[in-house]
Design a protein around this ligand. Sequence first.
Ligand SMILES: Nc1ncnc2c1ncn2[C@@H]1O[C@H](COP(=O)(O)OP(=O)(O)OP(=O)(O)O)[C@@H](O)[C@H]1O
Ligand SMILES: [Mg+2]
Length: 421
Amino acid sequence: MQYFGLDFGTTNTSLAWVRQDGGVTLCRLDPPAPKADVLRSLLYYSLDERGFIVGQRAIDEYLAEDMQGTLMQSIKTFLADDSFEETFVHDRFYRLEDLISIIFRHVQTAISELTPDEDSMVVIGRPAVFVDRPEKEAVAQERMRKAAQLARFFNVRFLYEPIAAGLAYESRLEQPEVALIADLGGGTTDFTVMRLGTRARGDRREDILASGGVYIGGDTFDARIMMGKVARHFGAGSTFRSMEGRDQPFPQMLLARLSRWHHVAFLRAQRTQEQLRRIHWTSSARDKIDAFQDLVEGNYSFFLYREIERAKSELSANERTTLRFHRGRIAIEEAIERAEFEQLIRPDLEQIERRMHDVVGEAGLTPAKIDSVFLTGGSAQIPAVRQLFARHFGDDKLRAHDYLTSVAYGLGLSAAAEGMT
Ligand SMILES: Nc1ncnc2c1ncn2[C@@H]1O[C@H](COP(=O)(O)OP(=O)(O)OP(=O)(O)O)[C@@H](O)[C@H]1O
Ligand SMILES: [Mg+2]
């Protein structure tokens, strides 16, 4: 029997493997990617290959096929959304579990290259945001279970992602502690208050004092940059003349679609194209409407969002950056200061802060009673996020490492513990 931990994230997926000696290592899930142990949770339906490809190859093929196939990202966002029934891709309908299973199958293939042993047990992470909504929790759980089955993972357990991150942090501890684990990912921010270093085994139920989360993550911050800094290059703030001869603001609905890149594809509908042409006629900013048309027709939104993400990440290290994007008639050169970005995401940080307080309260504690705060997830690298926690707990209590892989590592530790029982 082989034991694994699988973190299927909104943005990134990682796999940890328990070696014969009981140690846990991260697997190379995406060898062509810049960081091979992190697989982008991205699907591409390739017209050439007549099937789905994932990770770095998905991006490469999308480009090679001139953006003609279908690219999907952040599918985990819909995990507990029962209004998502099916989506049509190329020539058939896919349920959410079908889409997730495509990523899981890629993982299954990586496992078979790692070991000839066909018997495996996998601990899969799940977000803590539905903790207090059992009906959502059930939908999410059932879909994950079905996706696992479709990918021929027959022996699976589930563990809350922030608890897994807690186990990863615990592996470095020498003293018992009460810790707040905060996992800020691409789709959600999840919390757990946990007793660590107690030498307890099993599911650790008695050590977990509270868990919870909010639907805010890196995707939310990208959308804030889109609306705050980029949308005006596509007509936000401009006006056009209606048939009755009145000046109207650029339609809110078109802007709302822009704020989520996977919705931009919907703008290719003929009705939208006609609407854009009508607006163009009397627009106060025709060049911006040209840019909007090119974004939609050229299928550039994925690359625009990638540039937004790059700029955001650069602001974690530098005080300022320039967001640059030139394709067709789109010409964006937008300087962004870190302080400006912090202003844009302030409402999101306030919501994160409130949920954090609630979870600490549900554990029957106050910040002063928390010994340490372990920050993980890609978005925890944002300086304003760190400052938020420093304000409440003090800088000396903050711990952080392996932002992108500690959840997978902790799931691996949990799998290793199963192996020993
Ligand atoms: N240096 C950085 N600064 C700010 N944000 C970053 C940085 N690096 C990565 N991110 C963001 O972190 C997010 C991905 O983090 P992570 O891999 O932890 O998420 P995930 O596990 O896929 O998502 P979730 O746990 O919500 O399902 C993305 O939104 C990405 O843009
Ligand atoms: Mg995550």
